[in-house]
Design a protein around this ligand. Structure first.
Ligand code: NAP
Length: 292
């Protein structure tokens, strides 16, 4: 099975390369090799590679910057994803794509299911929703994995930011009124690899048959504050910390350009029921991630 992975410089993309490499021939395409927003170049790369599967881990993920540059976010997260869907359909390749909990407004009272109404609060969420719709409306042979709060300790993420700030400041103030599913990027890549391994005899037919949206995120839920506290407690190099106190604060005390959903855990039972796959609990995953 030949798998082309886009966005291999990112958290999920980098991890995918190693995991898929156990059973597939992987063509990694980092941003330095292709700007997916150059739609002609994107078509050219996909046509030249003729893969059996494309995994799109590339995305415009700067949530606050997207407020200032929504056209660019929409080009990368929406239009380019539409082209990936078209090209995959044309060359009979399957597509795995990732989306986000930011398609929801966070006003619910139970974890979101795939068919709950979407209502993004900001430009990033709108751009990711455009990508989802480009795939679901076109009939592309695509599985869309909606995930949340993805982190590694090595690349820019909420967890890596907390670890850095703990070394720089004595007091950390962290919002305690946003709830979500912390998701270790390697676990998401591992679930993606297991999904494709199960489809290896005919990935196009299997992805076409399974096409649709699935929620896939770390099990359990946490507030940003709880995640920060756990990350600092589990940090194997805590002797480097300067921090003495972590204070819970309200989102209104830490205004950012983009509004975040307050309560947006994802209900992942559809993915588990369909594929028999589930991500580990967030705290256990965090322990592994910090040793990584
Ligand atoms: N991070 C989260 O908290 C989170 C939450 C929910 C869903 N997701 C989704 O999960 C997927 C993977 O996210 P991630 O956390 O791995 O993100 P990431 O670490 O930011 O990686 C995204 C990758 O895409 C690349 N990229 C950005 N613009 C590009 C362009 N125009 N052309 C080609 N590549 C481009 C980036 O390049 P550079 O290396 O040059 O930056 C980066 O390597 C994305 O679809 C994201 O929307 C993420």
């Amino acid at each position: 099975m030949n798998v082309l992975v886009l966005g291999t410089g990112g958290q999920v993309g980098a991890s995918l390369v190693g995991m898929l490499g156990c059973f597939a021939k992987v063509t990694p395409v980092p941003r330095t090799a292709l700007d997916v927003g150059d739609l002609d170049a994107l078509r050219g790369v996909l046509r030249a590679a003729q893969p059996h599967v494309v995994v799109n881990a590339s995305a415009y993920t700067e949530v606050d910057a997207a407020e200032r540059d929504e056209p660019r976010a929409t080009l990368v997260n929406g239009d380019a994803v539409g082209v990936m869907g078209e090209e995959c359909q044309r060359m009979r390749a399957g597509l795995v794509h990732y989306s986000t909990d930011f398609v929801f407004d966070g006003g619910g009272s139970r974890p979101y299911r795939e068919d709950d109404p979407v209502a993004p609060l900001g430009a990033y969420g709108r751009s990711k929703l455009a990508g989802e719709r480009a795939l679901t409306d076109s009939g592309a042979p695509a599985v869309v994995l909606r995930t949340a709060w993805v982190y590694t300790r090595w690349r820019k993420s909420f967890v890596s930011a907390m670890l850095r700030l703990a070394r720089e400041r004595e007091v950390l103030r962290v919002v305690s009124d946003q709830v979500g599913n912390p998701t270790f990027a390697n676990d998401l890549a591992c679930a993606t690899a297991q999904l494709l391994y199960g489809m290896r005899s005919d990935p196009f037919a299997a992805l076409a048959e399974a096409r649709g949206i699935y929620h896939v995120a770390g099990a359990g839920q946490a507030t940003r504050f709880e995640l920060a506290v756990a990350a600092l407690e589990l940090d194997p190099r805590s002797q480097e910390h300067k921090v003495r106190k972590i204070e819970p604060i309200a989102t209104s005390e830490y205004p950012l350009p983009a509004e975040r959903p307050a309560y947006a855990p994802l209900d992942c039972t559809k993915f588990q029921a369909r594929f028999g796959l589930a991500l580990p609990g967030w705290k256990e995953a965090l322990t592994r991630a910090l040793r990584d």
